[in-house]
Design a protein around this ligand. Sequence first.
Ligand SMILES: Cc1cc2nc3c(=O)[nH]c(=O)nc-3n(C[C@H](O)[C@H](O)[C@H](O)COP(=O)(O)OP(=O)(O)OC[C@H]3O[C@@H](n4cnc5c(N)ncnc54)[C@H](O)[C@@H]3O)c2cc1C
Length: 419
Amino acid sequence: MDFELSPRAEELRDRVRGFMGEHVFPVELEALRALDDEVRPGVPYPEVLIELRERARSEGLWNLFMPDERYGAGLSNAEYGVLCEEMGRSPAVAPMAFNCSAPDTGNMEILAEHGTDEQRRRWLEPLLEGEIRSCFSMTEPEVSGSDPTTLRTEAVPDDGEWVINGHKWFTSGAVGADVAIVMCVTEPEGHPYGRASMILVPVDNPGFDLVRPVPVMGHDGGPGHCEIRYEDCRVPESNLLGERGAGFVIAQDRLGPGRIHHCMRAIGTAERAIEMMCNRANERETFGGKLADKQFIQDFIAKSRMETDQARLLTLLAAWKMDTQGKRAARQEISMIKVVAANVVMDVLDRAIQVHGALGMSDDTPLAGMWRFSRMLKVADGPDEVHKMVIARRELNRAAKRAQGETPESAPEPAKAAG
Ligand SMILES: Cc1cc2nc3c(=O)[nH]c(=O)nc-3n(C[C@H](O)[C@H](O)[C@H](O)COP(=O)(O)OP(=O)(O)OC[C@H]3O[C@@H](n4cnc5c(N)ncnc54)[C@H](O)[C@@H]3O)c2cc1C
């Protein structure tokens, strides 16, 4: 393993760090409130974020996620990972400032890879320019999102158009989005992993009915996690993204890099929480001494540091393996980091909130918002239990092959994708 950063990645990391300190943190709480107050159909970003975005763009800190140099920074997963860690220190605001926020990033990647020239012109270019936002509509309330072979939303070809009928929810970002990438069953008789396709649906299309942003832990503002009904929603056949029946393959394309980005942001969130926990412990006096002098609190801090550093190393290993050996070779590590990082960030945030007492529960610090934001990581993009299932299956497979004197192979990748 070689984790040494290239001079370019190091320079970008320092600039992102500087930008965060100078421009993002001072307006972070204001931006969180503005997202709730100002985002609505046709208004993807609030004014305060528009200003941040213009500044980031003018400084060349834009589309850093894009591995394809034609469209963005052309960084490796390990290089972009360290930038994600910086952005994760303000997970709900900073990625938007740099045009690096989910679900747009994954959507741009698949549009770049699978889109036609016309689709790239109509959707990818304005997304890269930051003029519009997008969402990814896969999960359905009636069936298990962990097992997308059960998806029911259907798209039927009719007279040069797709007619979509179905019910989705947790389509993140739909409130301010212009376009949804919808996973639909187009080949009902096909192989379980060949039944679905991706179709681009403009949100102002008749039959696209945004029912509500689903309240998530008391919060339903901002870009939202939306319930959507597709009712005789007709779009041209040319809105098919990639091949018919390639929905799972395309969903998988979003997964590996997306999970590394999520995990490295989670590590950045944990770092910020440790910093805040230590600052509070050094300041707060109780029972005749500082919190920092109490062993319970020292245990919180020491555990948080050990777990966060372990999670970072495992995530960088996954990124390095993906960069040097490809997505397939890295899939066990990617499943592992998804579980490890999601749990570490929750444990660290919980301790940081505890050390802040009532203040930690309030929205006067970013901790409570980061807790709500980060909790989704244990569910979205494959719940912990599903990742653990496939991690164990691969190990069991390897052991069985070894016992038979064969070369060990891995079990199939779990099929799941989300914001
Ligand atoms: C904040 C947030 C944002 C999201 N954004 C998006 C988005 O933008 N687009 C989108 O399409 N989806 C999105 N999702 C949905 C997410 O992908 C799904 O919630 C996830 O795939 C799980 O599906 P489910 O909710 O149907 O849970 P289920 O599949 O019903 O699973 C429920 C629970 O069952 C258990 N379980 C499942 N399978 C197994 C197993 N094999 N072994 C043991 N236990 C198991 C797990 O504990 C799991 O948490 C988002 C979710 C959240 C919370």
